[in-house]
Design a protein around this ligand. Sequence first.
Ligand code: ATP
Length: 443
Amino acid sequence: MEKNIQNNDLMNKIISLCKRRGFIFPGSDIYGGLANSWDYGPLGIELKNNIKREWWRRFVHNRPDVLGVDTALIMNPKVWEAVGHVQHFTDPLVECRSCHLRFRWDHVKGDKCPSCGGELTAPRQFNMLFKTFIGPVEDQSALAYLRPETAQGMFVNFKNILETSRKRLPFGIAQVGKAFRNEITPGNFIFRTREFEQMEIEYFIEEKDWETYFNHWLEEMKRWLKDLGVAGDKVHYHEIPEGDRAHYSKRTVDIEYNFPFGESELYGLAYRGNFDLKNHMEKSGQDLEYTDPETGEKFLPHVIEPTWGVDRTVLVAMLEAYQEEQAPTAEEGETDLRVMMRFPKWLAPVKVAILPLSKKENLSDKAREIYADLIKDLVCEYDETQSIGKRYRRQDEIGTPYCVTVDFESLEDNAVTVRDRDTMKQERTKIGELKRYLKDKLG
Ligand code: ATP
């Protein structure tokens, strides 16, 4: 069960590293922040984009049966009425009668206020849709909602995509984008925020095949976690029992991760039956049925929905990568602790750092030349400030797999030293072969 505590050691180390090195900053920082909002900095956006890009490559580009979309954040409010969000997209809220703090009832252990121990009110249902108004008049007719999930963008485009792509079942529609929920108790850094990103697929199938494709997507989600570098024993596949599942779902699995603040949902996989298409067909009056090209039979496809939270993926990637070890050598004024983000190479925000040993002589010129060539193909950083030891530390802390050091010998032998983040081994490589060498290593 997720607990709302910020003073956890590892979480604090990650939050502090994120700010110190430019991964993630508190939102609206110069105005004292905005509770539980976060901004991705230069390294954070690289990390996040690597996740989204790999997801898209793997599940859209590499699959003939999945197509991508990017749909509007503000949809016709009828969409949210049709699938029940206006009435039922709620969490149970309780308020403390003494300190008036509010909590999500299912996150409170016991029946007293987690903050002051005071008495709590009876739970009431709180709707999490973010409201807004379209146009200049703020009345009921202009009321709209920011989407709380990307999924409905795919369902309302089912017909458009079917007609334009002429796909046959089974096929999926994928989307990566923002979602908004007015969460009662956001917290635990980027784990629970009111604005976040999702990567979702609606996979349309014939009803009889639902178990086959449910298992297929479960395996795909497991493979994804493995490639993210997540240790198997930290992940738990929680089968949602019948009474807790949505009425239309025959099977739902929450993929939970052992976060420092407790075991909590990372991703979800649900069999949604034909609930969404059925409701949209009824409420929009449009024919959303699929015609089997062989038998001519008309029916509403069923759906398997795998969902990944982007920000929770970033958090897990950071937690899994974080490592501390005794540094073999410590420079003056430094601790002997070496902090390292052991990201899988494909995830690392910066792939290569180019470091001239000294600013003197022609080392900078030579190093800049190498940098200018490498950045055409790889995300690189050039750094000539501070001592070489401090610069290695910085690169270790941001998880850069390779550091290229340009030294005085380089001017003579046209070779550089490449240092490997994980083994700390250094190899001498000819400058002419450097790009090929690095690309091979980075895979
Ligand atoms: P929870 O039980 O944690 O509130 P949920 O079951 O409501 O999550 P879903 O509706 O299944 O979540 O959303 C799909 C995915 O979106 C989640 O698995 C998670 O990765 C992500 N997600 C949901 N809510 C948030 C949030 N407030 N902040 C960040 N990510 C979120």
